[in-house]
Design a binder for this molecule. Structure first.
Ligand code: 6GU
Length: 252
């Protein structure tokens, strides 16, 4: 996977994604990360400026089309040398579709991804029409720019790229697998400030542990994210357990 981030703050992207699991994946050449400074493509006479007043008036500044387009073309030129077809271009905006695990899984199958980070009041619409394939938001709140959202997406996508997680880190049984939340985890000591680790986890009975974990996942999802249960894959036994949980909680 090769990421190309078009941004006014390249150091933010590089500094933020070069540590821990992603740093290791970059070293192992499983992913590559390039931050392209849009400012480097400012028109000569504008001396590094890439924003201008909005036509029609109003507050704030708008990022101009041409520097963004030039930065995009430069990346496409480099990509074209080793692969064919146009890469997907993701524009980070609160107006986009809300990012979701299934989109992370889909995007992880791409060879190259271009992220376009806006600032100020936005980017000239004409270049967006020309290059953007996906408009994506990371949730219903407003941020100052697209850098953090692109970093969030790159993190979520990268862990779905084969080899990025090792066996222990493997995504297999984590939150959102099966659309259920993960069960609670415990480690040493056996008792911490008077709170004991659940007995079943100390029993060594694998079957009982598995059943307990499934039940905790179901309970937790019902409590914290009941909306997820509508699309979760549930067995007959799961459904019975949930009905029982609801019945019990109706007494409180
Ligand atoms: Cl993708 N960009 C900005 N600026 N704000 C956001 C967002 C994106 N997603 C949620 N808020």
């Amino acid at each position: 996977m090769n990421y190309h981030v078009l941004t006014l703050f390249p150091e933010m992207i590089l500094d933020g994604l070069n540590t821990s699991i992603l740093g290791r994946a970059i070293k192992k050449d499983l992913i590559s990360l390039e931050a392209v400074n849009i400012r480097d493509y400012a028109e000569e006479r504008r001396k590094g400026r890439v924003d201008d007043y909005p036509y029609g008036g109003g507050a704030g500044m708008v990022m101009q089309a041409e520097p963004v387009y030039q930065a995009y073309q430069a990346v496409c030129g480099r990509i074209a040398e080793r692969s064919e077809g146009k890469p997907r271009v993701i524009y980070l905006t609160p107006q986009g579709q809300v990012f979701h695990q299934t989109l992370a899984e889909e995007l992880a199958r791409e060879e190259d991804l271009i992220f376009l980070c806006g600032h100020y009041e936005g980017i000239d619409e004409r270049v967006l029409e020309e290059i953007v394939t996906d408009y994506v938001s990371i949730g219903d709140y407003v941020l100052t720019g697209g850098e953090l959202p692109s970093m969030v997406m790159i993190d979520a996508i990268s862990r779905m790229v084969p080899g990025v997680l090792n066996n222990e880190e493997s995504a297999q049984f984590e939150s959102f697998q099966d659309n259920l939340l993960e069960y609670p985890q415990y480690s040493r000591p056996e008792e911490w400030r008077g709170k004991k680790v659940p007995e079943v986890l100390m029993s060594g009975h694998h079957g009982n542990v598995e059943q307990w974990r499934r039940e905790k996942s179901l309970e937790r999802t019902l409590e914290r994210r009941p909306d997820l249960l509508e699309t979760a894959e549930l067995s007959q036994k799961d459904r019975k357990y949930l009905v029982n949980c609801k019945y019990k909680s109706s007494f409180f």
